[in-house]
Ligand binder design. Structure first.
Ligand SMILES: CC(C)(COP(=O)(O)OP(=O)(O)OC[C@H]1O[C@@H](n2cnc3c(N)ncnc32)[C@H](O)[C@@H]1OP(=O)(O)O)[C@@H](O)C(=O)NCCC(=O)NCCSC(=O)C1=CCCCC1=O
Length: 379
């Protein structure tokens, strides 16, 4: 009776067709700001599965909280295509360098200095952004978002396009659109109602208040979380978040909400005292990759395709309309909001006076360069 190894040796084709779109390193497309690493896949007992890998797609723009530039978006599309067709790849781990931010969305400097006031240019950018989200949702391998830090704005959107999210518990999750001149229609308005229900989706998509990782887990935005803060060598839960009780005195669920007042201040002080260690996050991600490898590959892909449909159907229904609106939005509110963030700072603020804008519009004041300038922080 021939062994599987005998059959491999005897029947494997001498030359395989390369189904990659282009034969270029991902890093060469974006000056290394997106990295593509094939890391050995392991079984649940930790042993290496010879010849099999997990593809790590890593954002590498830490100074700008791993926001993605246009070149990074292009590289990410090709990275997911590369992983999808790579026969040796078992799963994709989508993450970023450092322990502060997974991704805070589109690059506000590029938005403010190049795309603001250029709807035709942003329409072209949004073709790339849409293709990035679709490349994640269409990847033939399971995609795990390793949430190494805050996941905000478009970062939350590409994160929710993944199949699994495992977070370190200091990470926050949320949108920024209506505060910075955009709307979370790059996926969040499609995915959030499906994932957490319309009411909580409305809260997240309009008020732009972040959820803690514990609340994100409770609501269903992520499937697992691990502690990341070490105090005196011992892992502790995020000290700025309520994790030791479920209800307040009125029976309202408070687990995962941020602490307030003196309790929050003490939590912030503890944060400063400790060190961040993502080793438990990596253990949990590797464990999930090992579980995924112990399955039939085509059945896994079919299961992914079917289970993605609630998100995918909403995304496909809206993505082109969203692209068109976001492009035109670059003439007024996005032009104003992203310039405010880019030209502001902690001292003078990074958002406009929303009431002042509303008062002007309530009197029918037309949008003009002069009106936009008057709304910049510190004016
Ligand atoms: C709330 C924040 C995410 C975190 O705030 P904080 O912890 O106070 O850090 P900051 O001091 O603000 O930031 C540290 C430095 O990182 C730079 N940074 C942060 N985010 C970005 C970004 N997205 N692009 C470029 N640079 C960024 C920041 O400028 C600081 O550097 P500096 O040199 O200035 O000290 C807060 O950072 C924040 O709100 N960030 C912006 C979030 C945002 O607006 N993202 C874009 C949303 S829109 C989007 O993503 C879209 C996607 C596709 C569809 C259309 C669309 O709009």
């Amino acid at each position: 009776m021939a062994t599987t190894d005998d059959i491999i040796a005897r029947t494997a084709p001498a030359k395989l067709i390369d189904h990659n779109l282009i034969d270029r390193d991902v890093e060469s497309l974006c000056d290394g700001m997106v990295r593509y690493e094939k890391r050995p896949a392991r079984r649940l007992d930790g042993s290496v599965a010879e010849g099999l890998y997990n593809a790590w797609i890593i954002f590498n723009n830490p100074k700008q909280y791993n926001s993605y530039t246009t070149d990074m978006v292009k590289a990410t599309i090709l990275a997911f295509r590369r992983a999808s067709v790579d026969r040796e790849v078992n799963a994709v781990v989508f993450t970023a360098v450092g322990d502060k931010a997974f991704c805070t969305g589109g690059n506000t400097k590029e938005y403010a200095e190049y795309y603001a006031g250029n709807p035709q240019e942003y329409r072209q950018y949004m073709r790339l952004f849409n293709d990035m989200v679709s490349a994640i949702l269409g990847c033939d391998k399971p995609v795990i978002c390793r949430v190494n830090g805050m996941r905000i704005g478009g970062g939350q959107e590409i994160g929710m396009a993944c199949d699994f999210s495992i977070a370190q518990d200091l990470a926050n999750f949320g949108q920024a659109g209506p505060k910075h001149g955009s709307a979370a229609i790059g996926g969040a308005t499609d995915f959030l109602p499906v994932m957490i229900g319309c009411e909580q989706a409305m809260v997240s998509g309009t008020l732009c208040e972040p959820f803690s990782a514990h609340k994100a887990a409770r609501l269903g935005i992520i499937c697992d979380l691990v502690p990341a803060l070490k105090i005196d060598g011992r892992f502790v839960p995020n000290p700025t978040v309520i994790t030791d009780r479920m209800f307040d005195e009125y029976g309202r669920v408070i687990h995962g909400e941020f602490k307030t007042g003196e309790e929050f201040k003490q939590g912030r002080a503890l944060l400063k005292q400790g060190e961040v260690d993502l080793s438990l996050l990596d253990e949990k991600v590797e464990q999930l990759c090992a579980k995924l490898i112990e399955t039939f590959p085509e059945c896994m892909t079919k299961s992914l395709e079917e289970l993605r449909k609630p998100k995918l159907d909403a995304w496909n229904r809206n993505k082109e309309n969203s692209r068109a609106w976001l492009a035109l939005n670059m003439m007024n509110e996005a032009r104003t909001g992203f310039r405010a963030f880019n030209e502001g700072n902690k001292e003078i603020g990074r958002e406009i006076d929303f009431v002042k804008l509303r008062q002007a519009l309530a009197k029918g004041v037309p949008w003009s360069e002069e009106l936009i300038e008057s709304l910049m922080p510190g004016k």
